[in-house]
Design a protein around this ligand. Sequence first.
Ligand code: HEM
Length: 521
Amino acid sequence: MSGSSAPLRKFTREEVSRHNTPDDLWIIIDSKVYNVTRFKDLHPGGTSVFLDEDIPGQDATEAFYGLHLHEVLELPQYRRLQVGTIEGEEPQLYGKIQGQISQVPYAEPAWLTPGYYSPYYKESHRRLQRAFREFVDEYIYPDAQAREADGKRPSQSVIDKMAELNIHAMRMGPGKHLRGLKLMNGIVAPEEFDYFHELVITQEIVRCFARGYGDGILAGCVIGLPPVLNFGSEELKAKVVPEVLGGKRFICLAVSEAHAGSDVFGLQTTATKTEDGKYWIINGSKKWITNGHFADYFTVGCKTEDGFTVILVERQEGVETKPIKTSYSATAGTAYVTFDNVKVPVSNTLGEEGGGIFVMLSNFNHERWVMCCGGARSQRLLIDACLKWVTQRKAFGKPLASLAVIRSKLASMIARTESIQAWLENVTYQMCNMSYREQASKLAGQIAFLKMYSTRSAQQTAIDAVQIWGGRGITQTGMGRLIEHYYRTVPFDALLGGAEDVLADLGARQAIRSMPQNARL
Ligand code: HEM
């Protein structure tokens, strides 16, 4: 469709070929006819490319797709350049189609690929996936791309829309907090919502392809609210949970510190009781706090007389947040947080005094598993982009895909991604069937290894993709911008929720601890 109000005319290729001079210059891209006479002097790629001998009045489809994303032609300022179409021909090429399953091999997990089977997903998972894909493409993707670029916090209109459908609640996983809620307009009953539904949601959100925004869109809630849900007093929950799940107020998890990283026993933020024993007085600072800059509530790890205690702090005088500039966008709200004589009722204590480590540990598995869901899916975004690139881009007169070294990189990318998803689905199935206690003892190692493997794979895939894309893989605009973004932000997953090497060691230590005493070679 043309952006101009004039109806599109039909031309023969012969007619177009007559518009072949600098003062009257037309080209054909995928059967659409563009008048680039005036545009050629404004073209970001320069004027000269339009004057090459095989461009004026001719079919420039291959030249165009070797240098631009399809979406360029869909921008209103460029759609206006279209003056007609070629008689008897229809456009054949397409870019991202809203709400659709990608036809690119391995760009979707097997269960979404036509003709494949899976024992894990029921009709309600498929319904949720379809609805969620539409939602992400319509509301989240455009906001994600815009906010990732301008660094502003996710638009409240998107947060509200998510709240309306109870998406914030679903992101907390299955549980009592879903009771009585209408999930995604009622397409999943709260009592049937399981970890596979949550996996579906997490994997669909990742398709917004904006890592900072992915955290900005209330990842703080996914890690900051569970301690309130599971360990807060009834009174505290009644106040905080509806506000947060309704998207009206924001929460973050504030544990790591400049001095101590995630070593909770090395924390220096203190909470001491007032003489009457009714309040905590909190002093200290926290670093790398996701969503901290716009949070209203802080789930804070503190050193107390009895050891380590988790306390919910509401933003008030004495709480300051400063943005930290990281290698992903400021839309994540990553903050340095300081507490200066902050007075909090003792009833805001989450769990036992001195029992903070249990409160923290109880959510680690879930947090890491959520990150594995995201990591498994984001690697497919790269497969999708790389497969398109190597088949449409020519170098030395042949598509990149004709080079064995390129195919070898693709093979490894695909094999890694498929194995992560298969392992993830197995772990998710265990989560659906194990009690919480069993999960804690049996899955901590599995999930630690899975996350380690997923993030190592993701980093290797990022490196391979940059080699495949060349200079475009390190350029923030144009065709390779998604690759550049991925390469720049992939280490977040390898650090957040437990650094890769620490997790690897955790898994290995657990396995060694569980060795039967009498096993011999
Ligand atoms: C209606 C047709 C065209 C439009 C609207 C258009 C638009 C653009 C835009 C917006 C860019 C900036 C980079 C980006 O965002 O992708 C660009 C870059 C470029 N374009 Fe075009 N273009 C058109 C046709 C062509 C054709 C036919 C050629 C080659 C014969 C060409 C060659 C280039 C080159 C070499 C660059 C620089 C690419 C880079 O830096 O990687 N363009 N074009």
